[in-house]
Design a protein around this ligand. Structure first.
Ligand code: KG4
Ligand code: ZN
Length: 334
């Protein structure tokens, strides 16, 4: 529970990539509504997110998404304690839509404004299940792969991360090479269920016993050269083997970080936390060692606004409010 325990109902807005989302969250852990308008079908036509189209679609949908979040929660803007919005990291044009909308709404309603770090939001998704720090968090999304010691909801220590592609990016790029539709991670996950994970031994990089960094670009190159030589007819085996390699690296690095830094409580965060192989691998790893594992609910793994509301509560308690000068920051760090 937060140190201050001030009751607060927060409207949160998220528009960092290709989901327009709004949620009403009470006291950092109680979701009163969560609405997501996804643009996946549009971006699938292009094989990935087209930033300009994402911005335009956010503009088209944000008012209706916010209105639905408020009506689902049965609350008016006047009854809110604060309005929170993802400030970064993400696509600058997409972020600007949410930031501008939230600033306008907060100013018009005379409510405090809170700028939230999207990655802190992913980590705070675990708060929605009642999980509290300290814990070790494996943050795995389309843009990030990081091991973070979460000492408090606003106290983070970076322990290691990717030196090239993020895990989600690796899934997406490899899926593209295999001819699978966007978003690739989910497609690989679905096909992997039917394949043999030991069919191909794709490389696991930086596996030294002292190394908490990740590298996935070699794996991607190995899959490209495999497909060039042998084609992709055994798609299920290829997906299962790719997923096994990525999951193996993620689990081994998490084990190493936990042992090195003395953690017995582990959480996952980010879109790749929805991966069935990763969830199973982590369950096995933690069960073998009697470690406590927290998996975010599936709905709160990929981008959503409820997680932004959870993270914003900590800032609300600390009185960390934004000014009217709040700007999108596409490269915001943890
Ligand atoms: O957290 P997120 O929704 O957006 C970012 O902040 O990046 O993560 C999106 C990433 C994409 O790379 C997507 O392919 C991946 O999460 N992803 C998955 C699965 N579902 C989403 N990767 C593997 N298996 C899944 N089931
Ligand atoms: Zn995200």
């Amino acid at each position: 529970m937060c140190r201050c325990k001030v009751p607060a109902v927060i409207l949160a807005i998220e528009s960092s990539c290709d989901e327009t989302a709004a949620a009403v969250v009470a006291n950092g852990d109680t979701v009163q509504s969560s609405v997501i308008h996804t643009q996946i079908d549009t971006h699938r036509l292009y094989g990935g997110v087209v930033p300009e189209i994402a911005s335009r679609q956010h503009v088209q949908h944000i008012s209706a998404v916010v209105a639905k979040a408020l009506s689902d929660a049965g609350i008016s803007v006047a009854q809110l304690d604060a309005i929170a919005v993802t400030q970064g990291p993400g696509l600058v044009g997409a972020l600007l839509v949410g930031v501008s909308y939230a600033k306008g709404l907060a100013w018009a309603a005379g409510k405090p404004l809170i700028g939230v770090n999207h990655m802190m939001g992913h980590i705070a998704a675990n708060r929605l299940s009642g999980f509290e720090p300290p814990f070790l968090c494996l943050v795995v999304s389309g843009g990030h792969t990081e091991l973070v010691a979460v000492e408090g909801w606003s106290q983070y220590t970076y322990l290691g991360g990717t030196v090239d592609d993020a895990a989600g990016e690796a899934f997406d790029k490899i899926a593209r090479v295999l001819g699978l539709p966007y978003p690739g991670g989910k497609s690989v996950d679905e096909l992997a269920r039917w394949g043999n994970p030991a069919a191909y031994a794709f490389p696991r990089a930086l596996m030294g016993q002292d190394n908490l960094d990740f590298s996935f670009s070699g794996m991607k190159t190995a899959v490209i050269s495999h497909v060039q030589k042998h084609g992709n007819e055994d798609l299920a085996d290829l997906c299962a083997s790719v997923q096994a390699a990525i999951v193996d690296v993620l689990c081994q690095k998490t084990r190493l970080a936990a042992e090195k830094h003395g953690f017995t409580r582990i959480a996952l965060a980010g879109g790749v936390a929805a991966n069935s192989g990763l969830r199973a691998g982590m369950q096995q790893l933690c069960a073998q060692r009697s470690w406590q594992l927290q998996l975010p609910e599936m709905a709160y793994c990929t981008d959503n606004a409820a997680m932004i509301g959870a993270a914003a509560y900590e800032q609300y308690c600390a009185g960390e409010f934004a000014h009217a000068t709040l700007n999108a920051n596409p490269a915001l760090e943890l």
